[in-house]
Design a binder for this molecule. Structure first.
Ligand SMILES: [Zn+2]
Length: 241
């Protein structure tokens, strides 16, 4: 049974000192560079969701790993992009259409240090470098807590707004906080996306539901032996959310 890993990253930067919260969501630039070099040395190619999809459908077979970045931090452009380009990899960055050029304001209540999000010009720069922009709602909302009409607007209008900014269709979606119910998967499909990623952990089995894709988190404390376990074994399968 063919399986593929989709890695989840957030910020590629040095973590702020304690007591900052969610420091795990930072991966140091040097660690990220080592992880990408490791993929390359093992014969893997890191790919965007657009490039991964034929493999998930079973139309192609190969050594590829999906690379995703949630939220669209400027440090993805500044620190991750040069590494990706050096390795010949592509990646998908999921952004919120109403928070371009702002900060991770949805995290303020949790004591998370504020970091800059890419502007409209910067997401164009990311896309023009051969990378992909995906959608992460308009405002980083909690979909299950919203009325269905509002949830649909967050999912669907984000696609339209980002597509207009980029001049190309935005076809891949990611549920903020990993929060969704079956009706939101149906909404993402109805809005015209090709896939939606979650925070459920594990590798993706070919032919699986493209609107509930599992991923593998890479965090500050993911050292190389664990990175290899996550990548090469079933270590992540069944780990839950
Ligand atoms: Zn997010």
């Amino acid at each position: 049974m063919q399986q593929y890993a989709i890695l989840t990253y957030h910020q590629i930067d040095l973590a702020p000192p304690p007591p900052a919260q969610f420091r795990s969501l930072y991966v140091a630039p040097s660690a990220f560079a080592r992880q990408m070099a490791c993929l390359k040395a093992l014969g893997y190619r890191g790919v965007s969701m657009r490039e991964l999809l034929p493999y998930l459908r079973g139309d192609r077979v190969g050594k590829v790993v999906g690379l995703t970045f949630d939220d669209g931090y400027c440090n993805n452009l500044e620190r991750a992009l040069p590494v990706l380009q050096k390795c010949g990899f592509t990646a998908t960055c999921y952004v919120m259409s109403h928070l371009l050029g702002k900060t991770n304001v949805w995290d303020i209540e949790n004591g998370v240090t504020q970091a800059a999000l890419m502007s409209a010009a910067q997401i164009r720069q990311w896309a023009q470098a051969g990378m992909e922009i995906g959608a992460h709602t308009q405002t980083h909302c909690k979909l299950p807590l919203m009325a269905d009409a509002d949830a649909m607007r967050e999912i669907s209008d984000c696609k339209a707004e980002l597509g207009a900014l980029l001049g190309e269709p935005v076809e891949h979606f990611c549920y903020p906080y990993g929060l969704y119910e079956a009706r939101h998967a149906a909404m993402a499909q109805a809005a015209g996306y090709q896939s939606a990623t979650t925070t459920q952990r594990g590798k993706v089995v070919v032919g699986t539901d493209f609107f509930q894709l599992r991923r593998i988190p890479v965090v500050r404390s993911t050292f190389m032996p664990q990175f290899l376990l996550k990548l090469l074994t079933g270590y992540e399968n069944g780990k839950g959310a």
